[in-house]
Design a protein around this ligand. Structure first.
Ligand code: SME
Length: 173
């Protein structure tokens, strides 16, 4: 059983995610800053699953505005306002966006014409501010399910708890 750092609620990580989450936790037990953590998570997730074709972070760089952070895959769009796309919807609503078919999501930003489905999970600090979103895109339709959502939300909760203040303070100064 795992516990959500913020809410204290318990859940089980599915079998698919156990090894990669164990690796990520071991790697992040080293002293590291927010950028190093995002780069490590993007790399480990991307190489853990064949259907993760773009895996990375967009960071809040000023109120209502995301900019690309560490990622793996082909180049991504550089700037995304909170009003736009799946990433913007996740940042605006502070809720995970699980999109089985991007062609059916009005306003989806097509950084890559091959993307067919995606999941975007917000990373919040302890005050509930969005410091980043984790974006995973797949070239397969309907590539993500509840196990992805629960596992990636757990990971983003952990990231927000540990690096939320550092990321927010860097933004405010
Ligand atoms: N698909 C995202 C944009 C980011 S990239 O695809 C890497 C969106 O609609 O927000």
């Amino acid at each position: 059983m795992r516990t959500m750092p913020e809410t204290g609620s318990s859940f089980s990580l599915g079998d698919r995610y156990q090894p990669v989450m164990a690796r990520i936790q071991a790697l992040l037990s080293e002293p590291c800053d927010w950028t190093a953590a995002m780069a490590t998570v993007a790399c480990e997730l991307h190489h853990a699953f064949d259907h993760f074709h773009w895996t990375g972070f967009y960071r809040t760089v000023r109120p209502g505005h995301l900019q690309i952070g560490p990622y793996q895959g082909t180049h991504g769009c550089l700037d995304i306002p909170f009003e736009r796309g799946v990433c913007g919807a996740a940042a605006r609503s502070k809720q995970t966006q699980l999109v089985p078919d991007v062609n059916r999501f009005p306003g989806h930003i097509a950084c890559s014409s091959t993307t067919r489905s995606e999941i975007v999970v917000p990373v919040l600090n302890s005050d509930g501010h969005v410091i980043a979103v984790l974006d995973v895109d797949s070239n397969d339709v309907d590539a993500f399910d509840e196990e992805d959502r629960i596992s990636l939300e757990w990971l983003c909760d952990l990231l927000g708890t540990r690096w939320g203040s550092e990321a927010w303070d860097a933004l405010s100064t």
